[in-house]
Design a protein around this ligand. Structure first.
Ligand SMILES: [Zn+2]
Length: 270
């Protein structure tokens, strides 16, 4: 499932082909993904110039000179194919730029979405309204986390996955960040020390940044039909490594928390 780093990598990859480009042709090849494509999608985007690309949580943003932003979500299996050799049946939306680049939004399971939102009203758009700060932005601080966690008995890992507290963090990244910050995933959030939170914020940024960098180096793979991007599994220190040695000499353990696997090291995470 595409996580924040995959979305960021996707947006950077798309920017190479779309930034400053006029969208010459738009083909909408079916009526819906998770929900219907906006009826006016092709009409609004055709002839528009892409002024910037961005990301909010796990949503990609394609801003245009029509004060409208195309917001996409990759769902479970979505990805953009760049210059595909031929359009396949899962290429549900195809953009062709004035200089002839072809970009296809491919989504076999169709859990993704595409919306048109007034650029000026993005922050108040339904799915964005309640989102917490971006993990890579300046608004995520130990102070913000301390306030959000104050008095909370829920495990810190569960609250880090709450999009209202931090936007866009997924299971893998939370496991890895807690390990780097040496915090037990099941510790009551309200009891995590300020010093630990001061370690956690840079740990979150580091884990995400490393993943984005790993994905960024494989941008060309977007053209490959099988391309799984951004996951850099060999770099995980605990995720998927149950029973393996931790660098502290301990052993990576796993338990199920909120229906999801948590990987951690009982020796160095307190
Ligand atoms: Zn350890």
């Amino acid at each position: 499932m595409p996580e924040l780093p995959e979305v960021e990598t996707t947006v950077r990859g798309l920017a190479r082909y779309l930034h400053g480009e006029r969208i010459a042709r738009v083909s909408v090849n079916r009526a819906d993904l998770r929900r219907a494509f906006p009826l006016e999608l092709a009409q609004v985007l055709t002839g528009a110039t892409v002024t910037a690309l961005g990301r909010r949580a796990k949503y990609g943003l394609i801003h245009t000179d029509r004060d409208v932003t195309m917001v996409f979500h990759l769902g479970m299996s979505g990805r953009w194919r760049i210059e595909p050799e031929r359009i396949d049946k899962h290429d549900h939306l195809v953009l062709e730029t004035g200089s002839g680049h072809v970009l296809a939004l491919n989504d076999a399971r169709r859990f993704g979405s595409v919306d048109l939102v007034d650029t000026g009203a993005l922050e108040s758009w339904g799915p964005f309204r309640a989102l917490g700060p971006e993990p890579l932005g300046e608004a995520l601080t130990a102070r913000h986390l301390a306030r959000a966690f104050a008095g909370r008995a829920a495990p810190i890992k569960t609250l880090l996955l709450d999009q209202r507290i931090v936007a866009g963090l997924g299971n893998i990244y939370v496991c890895e960040a807690l390990h780097r910050a040496r915090i037990r995933p099941d510790k009551a959030a309200g009891r995590v020390s300020r010093a630990a939170l001061e370690r956690l914020v840079p740990a979150i940024r580091q884990v995400l940044a490393e993943s984005i960098e790993a994905g960024g180096s494989t941008i060309r793979d977007y053209a490959q039909p099988s391309g799984e991007l951004g996951y850099f599994a060999s770099a995980w220190r605990v995720y998927g490594r149950e029973g393996e040695a931790c660098s502290c000499g301990g052993r990576v353990a796993r338990f199920v928390q909120g229906g999801r696997s948590t990987f951690w090291c009982p020796k160095c995470q307190k």
